[in-house]
Design a binder for this molecule. Structure first.
Ligand SMILES: [Zn+2]
Ligand SMILES: [Zn+2]
Length: 262
């Protein structure tokens, strides 16, 4: 069985292709369960996400697609929600309680810094990256502890432009994984990193090994923002998961986990 839970739509203003095109490609690739998880509305950085008014439209489009393709593929509705430590007030009740299949909790901001945006890449040179890794990991811990989310989005996204954590950060990574374990979240193996300067999946092999060791389940996401990115990098992610010893992965329906064999 093949599952891909992280895919965007044009509602976030930085993706292309219609929902039908995404689904056709997914069917063509033999994906069995395909989830949309576009950027949820938030009163922050609003040009990169759907508006609150569009949330119902998104829901309607996906429910229609679910019906339309029910004999070919199972379509799920998720949302990727920004968690910004120190700005938890931005989390919106309507989003958190929306009747969807799952919420992906993602950190794209440390304080004001949108660190995955190439526009602000210059900031990396100015910062003590280890300090920012600690802040980043603390944000993930807070996100997990909120218990609003089912899936940790792109666990080590801060490495996107090549600034991987040093060995001294690994204890903080372990501590963060423990919190994820305790809060019963699932980590996605996200293929988008293969398309970025870091050229590897999120999270890296060593992190996944530790996640496996302490019993954190996984899922898969291509983080597609265009049709050609649907299913991108899946084979590599699957091989990595198997090499680490994962035999099962998870998807969510109505926020309940379901396990399937790899
Ligand atoms: Zn995006
Ligand atoms: Zn993301």
């Amino acid at each position: 069985m093949r599952v891909d839970l992280h895919n965007h739509t044009t509602l976030c203003n930085h993706a292309s292709g219609s929902i039908d095109e995404y689904i056709s490609k997914a069917v063509e690739l033999g994906i069995n369960i395909y989830g949309f998880s576009c950027h949820a509305p938030m009163d922050f950085d609003s040009k990169y996400r759907m508006t609150f008014e569009e949330l119902d439209e998104y829901h309607k489009m996906i429910i229609e697609a679910k019906k339309k393709y029910e004999n070919q593929i199972e379509i799920l509705m998720g949302l990727e929600v920004d968690f910004i430590k120190g700005r938890e007030y931005l989390l919106d009740k309507k989003v958190l309680q929306y009747p969807c299949d799952y919420l992906i909790g993602s950190i794209h901001f440390i304080d004001e810094w949108g660190f995955d945006n190439p526009e602000f890449i210059g900031e990396y040179a100015k910062k003590d990256i280890d300090e920012y890794w600690k802040k980043y990991l603390q944000s993930i811990q807070k996100m997990a502890e909120s218990r609003f989310f089912q899936i940790v989005g792109h666990f080590d996204l801060l490495k996107i432009f090549g600034y991987k954590p040093t060995e001294s950060i690994f204890p903080y990574i372990k501590e963060t994984l423990q919190v994820i374990r305790e809060t019963e979240m699932v980590i996605e193996i996200n293929a988008a990193g293969f398309r970025k300067p870091i050229k590897e999946q999120y999270p890296d092999f060593k992190i996944l090994e530790y996640a496996k060791k302490i019993g954190i389940p996984i899922t898969f996401g291509s983080d597609a923002h265009s049709i050609d990115q649907v299913g991108f990098g899946y084979e590599k992610c699957l091989q990595i998961a198997k090499k680490i010893g994962y035999k099962k992965a998870i998807y969510f329906k109505n926020k309940n986990p379901y396990s399937f064999s790899l």
